[in-house]
Design a binder for this molecule. Sequence first.
Ligand code: C2O
Length: 327
Amino acid sequence: KRGLKAVGPNLTTCHPSYGRTDLLVNCCPSGFQSPVPLVDFQFPDPQSPLRIRRPAHAVDADFLAKYDKALSIMKSLPHDDPRSFNRLANLHCLFCTGAYDQQNYNAPVSIHRTWLFFPWHRMMIYFHERIIGSLIGDETFALPYWAWDIPEGMMMPDMYTNKSSSFFHTERDASHLPPNTADLNYVSDTNISREDQLDINLSFMYNQMVSGARKTELFMGCKYKAGTEGYCDGPGTIELAPHNALHTWVGSSLNPGREDMGKFYSAARDPIFYAHHSNIDRLWEVWTEVNKHQLDITDPDWLESFFFFYDENLRLCSGYNQTGLFL
Ligand code: C2O
């Protein structure tokens, strides 16, 4: 039984929302019919092949060719297909700008700047990855991750800057393309040498992953609970930066909100979003290992929060946060 009190969206309440303080956006699926038949999320068959995510700066030509093909198919699907690239990008807009109300409460669902950040994005890229793989009939397909926490990965991976590939995207800051070194705590442009920037980045990573993240709440973010009173605004170390900082760093300085990557409503339109979040997902796992403990959140408000995602067979799956732990 679904927890009655945990955070989860009421899908029938989709409404336009503010993508920026000055911009109303409507990311709701059009022609939405209610109620939608739901299936409970099932774990993949344990016999099914393991998907192994690799660093984006080190993937080989075969991988790139198949991902490129899958992504162009995904981009060409009609908008009424929930597997289409734009519909999947809108998912981020829906859950991140308050387009849905919570079930049983008159309060918006939001999954940023709180402890729902890691699990929600894990689920989002998990389903995205399954859909991509199914479009090319490859059950082993795994997203690449942008390994910005190690020196070799501290710039936009080359694959995203190839103009003739489906990974290319115009709405990015032209002055931050390779070989420009990423500033993991980006606020504005500086003239720091690559060598110094790498050092600064590495000590910053140590702070965000280790010294500044010794307690679960510091890393995961504040305890957001259902209802208006449950609202909180306290991002975990990694969410704040490098996560937010790199969203801003990638997005185009010519757009008012540094779209696309710079704002929640538009961020997932840039293919690099998925590599960025694969790294976030990986760092969640790394943090758990570094701290030599399993995630110790036992609060039902977290464990029973729930979301809905289409799978590759167009089934709308409902999954508890709890399931997210083991994906
Ligand atoms: Cu939902 Cu990288 O943001």
